[in-house]
Design a protein around this ligand. Structure first.
Ligand SMILES: Nc1nc2c(c(=O)[nH]1)N[C@H]1C(S)=C(S)[C@@H](COP(=O)(O)O)O[C@H]1N2
Ligand SMILES: [Mo]
Length: 196
């Protein structure tokens, strides 16, 4: 188990970011309904500015080398949940597998509910940015983004796409769903970057 609950020390003295309250719950928050998916046809793609575009079925993805991490979760609406235990593939490992082109600077995640979110590539190449299929030792519940979701413990949680089915490497920045609607592009909780 990799403990990443001290990653806040890079950004400040307090584990709980300013303006957040800690909850012992792990609430579900989505812009709409939980999408359905078919295990027979579900696939996850890595596309764009990479040497090799990749496609995985769920079992192929789950057979990649994985890690279990303990990390904190900060929602931009003001709640934080500490000590969440997720299992999955760290972003840097997947990026290495695809071979990211030198001119890639940005990443766009897409999801089964039509959600998208974006981040600079440098913010994604951190071990806490995880494609996870397990929470607390159990398969990730549909409401929390199962079968596969992204976690972004250095960012507000809207940067972590639930039901993720694609990652695109970009040579120019693009905005995701909330980023087009006034939410911060950088989303650092310790700087309270909630809105742009
Ligand atoms: N696909 C998708 N991912 C999403 C969202 C969404 O609506 N759709 N909501 C985001 C927001 S604002 C938050 S706080 C977290 C909530 O994750 P949770 O429901 O597991 O707590 O998911 C993020 N990822
Ligand atoms: Mo959120």
């Amino acid at each position: 188990m990799k403990d990443l609950t001290d990653l806040y020390t890079e950004f400040g003295d307090e584990r709980l970011p300013p303006g957040q309250r800690e909850t012992s719950e792990f609430p579900v928050l989505s812009k709409g309904a939980t999408p359905s998916w078919d295990p027979e046809t579900w696939e996850f793609t890595v596309t764009g500015a990479v040497e090799e575009e990749l496609t995985f079925t769920l079992s192929e993805f789950k057979s990649l080398p994985s890690q279990t991490q303990r990390q904190d979760f900060h929602c931009v609406t003001g709640w934080s949940t500490f000590d969440c235990r997720f299992t999955g593939v760290p972003f840097p490992d997947l990026a290495e597998r695809a071979g990211v082109d030198d001119d890639a600077v940005h990443v766009l995640f897409s999801a089964l509910d039509g959600y998208t979110t974006d981040l600079p590539l440098s913010d994604c190449l951190r071990e806490g940015v995880l494609f996870a299929w397990e929470y607390d030792g159990d398969a990730l519940e549909a409401g929390h983004g199962g079968p596969l979701r992204v976690l972004t413990p250095q960012k507000y949680a809207y940067k972590g796409a639930k039901w993720v089915d694609g990652v695109e490497f970009l040579t120019e920045p693009e905005r995701g769903y909330w980023e087009k609607r006034g939410y911060s592009r950088s989303a650092n909780p310790w700087r309270e970057q909630r809105y742009s």
